[in-house]
Design a binder for this molecule. Structure first.
Ligand code: ADP
Ligand code: GLC
Length: 478
């Protein structure tokens, strides 16, 4: 039996800001339990819902030095769906309505969290063989493990995996402050270690010191070795390419299943979607105050509203996307310029545009179930889960061919009757618009073909089965 400890900044169902939480919440459930004991450690944020907080049990607490300060570290635990979870408790760092988002606070918060996670291991009654770190928030763990923790034999031989869910976010701050916060010696603040372009960089530290590095699709694993996608670390990604693997994310098919989904008005499946799916569309139209019309081509977006998601392309041709023969339903928060863009178009075209500028899990399920197509024109996309949710719900994805979108959506080929969605290659608004218009044409004028695209999408298997197997292989060989 191999013991694996996931350490991450978010995890479904406790706390989620994006796909990272979905992955951390699902993967442990789908690995072989006879061979791997996978547990998860996250912060005990104030914003975790009370229904979970009341199930947490106090395990222990201790005090930990963080540079010149001494900080309280509480450890809580609980079990859910057969997986054991640990929570690091500290009211100073983990208060606040949002789990994180202000980099000047987050830098110290996750230095604390990383050191607390390592320090807590001896009192968990669970010695990991492998610590699986996720994203920059846990990048200091492989570094610290290499450093002072080696004075304690408990840590000897523990291996680390660093998974990059998004190379854009690296946790960067000036060296002097980071040295002060972490207590790491100046040895680590050199360009072959934590330093990048004169600053300290948590993710870089993780990538340099982890035994294995993974990212969340094969294409993204290749892309980040190039300057365009490498976010300044492409040189490092090339240097570590022998230890870099791209493993595409899966989707938690127990949670994302149109046949059993408790949030949607009318359940359906791959056999009866032709008749049943549309009832979700008319119900949502009514709920959102859109014109109720079961025939109209409805396109959805559920997303962080940031440049990563290709929304400047949407901005550029939004009049055309809000054409009278379309409905456009957006759910998301983020950059005010995009929030206001969608608000404005909802105001302008009330009957066919709906801008839902907030975070709401239930509504996201309804949108995936209700829409005919799903638009995801990302500038870059490490994996993307939204397009997998769409495929599962018979909602045809329209994507740009990058990262995980390229690996999971097969473009429609009308001559060979293949494909699960529509795609375009260049980062160009009119290429995107052409893909949307092509989809619309097939939807309106070739309905049988459209339904076959849906058939193939719903039949595609992006459950965790295959991908969990690849993580298992990785753990085995470490
Ligand atoms: P990323 O992690 O880059 O944000 P992904 O496609 O991997 O992108 O995952 C995004 C996840 O967050 C999906 O599950 C999506 O449904 C969800 N999501 C994004 N915005 C919202 C929102 N406003 N309300 C509910 N769910 C959202
Ligand atoms: C990141 C990426 C997204 C990916 C998710 C989970 O947030 O932006 O593409 O699906 O992590 O790995």
């Amino acid at each position: 039996m191999k013991n694996i400890l996931f350490v991450a900044s978010e995890c479904v169902p406790f706390i989620k800001t994006g796909g990272l939480a979905d992955v951390v919440g699902a993967l442990p459930k789908y690995c072989n339990k006879d061979e791997f004991d996978i547990r998860v450690l996250i912060p005990n944020y104030k914003s975790i819902p009370q229904k979970y907080k009341s199930q947490m049990r106090y395990k222990t607490h201790f005090y930990m030095d963080l540079a010149w300060r001494t900080q309280y570290v509480g450890v809580l635990e609980m079990e859910l769906d057969g997986v054991k979870f640990y929570f690091i408790d500290n009211e100073f760092y983990f208060a606040g309505d949002k789990p994180y988002g202000e980099i000047y606070q987050d830098i110290e918060k996750f230095a604390f969290f990383s050191k607390a996670a390592l320090s807590a291991m001896p009192v968990l009654d669970f010695r990991p063989d492998i610590i699986h770190c996720h994203d920059w928030q846990t990048g200091l763990i492989p570094v610290m493990l290499h450093d002072s923790f080696q004075n304690n034999p408990f840590y000897h031989g523990i291996k680390t995996v660093m998974t990059i869910h998004n190379l854009k976010f690296q946790g960067v701050w000036d060296k002097k402050t980071i040295q002060d916060i972490t207590g790491l010696s100046s040895y680590y603040f050199a360009p072959d270690k934590l330093e990048a372009y004169g600053d300290a960089n948590y993710l870089k530290g993780g990538i340099v010191y982890a035994d294995m590095v993974t990212t969340v699709s094969r294409t993204y694993a290749e892309e980040i070795k190039t300057p365009f996608y490498g976010e300044g670390l492409d040189g490092l990604m090339n240097a570590r390419s022998n230890c870099l693997r791209g493993i595409v994310n899966g989707l938690d098919y127990d949670v994302w299943n149109p046949e059993t989904d408790p949030y949607i008005v009318n359940n359906y499946n791959a056999i009866n979607f032709r008749k049943e799916k549309v009832k979700n569309k008319t119900a949502l139209q009514e709920e959102l105050g859109l014109a109720v019309n079961d025939k109209i081509f409805a396109v959805g977006i559920v997303s962080r509203l940031t440049d990563q998601k290709g929304l400047d392309l949407v901005d550029y041709v939004i009049e055309e996307l809000c054409a009278p023969d379309m409905q456009f339903i957006v759910l998301g928060t983020g950059d005010p310029k995009y929030e206001n863009l969608f608000r404005h178009y909802e105001w302008k075209y009330k009957d066919r545009v709906s801008a839902n500028i907030y975070y709401n899990n239930e509504r996201s399920h309804k949108i995936y179930a209700a829409c005919d197509a799903y638009l995801m024109p990302s500038l870059f996309e490490p994996c993307g889960l939204s397009q997998l949710m769409s495929l599962r719900y018979g909602t045809v994805p329209i994507v740009r061919e990058t990262g995980g979108l390229k690996d999971t959506v097969e473009p429609y080929n009308q001559y060979e009757n293949t494909g699960t969605g529509f795609s375009f290659r260049n980062y160009n608004a009119h290429e995107m618009l052409n893909a949307v218009r092509y989809a619309k044409d097939v939807y309106y004028n070739h309905k049988r073909e459209w339904n076959k695209i849906v058939d193939r999408g719903m039949a595609a298997d992006f459950s965790w089965k295959a991908s969990a197997g690849q993580y298992e292989d990785l753990y085995r060989c470490m």
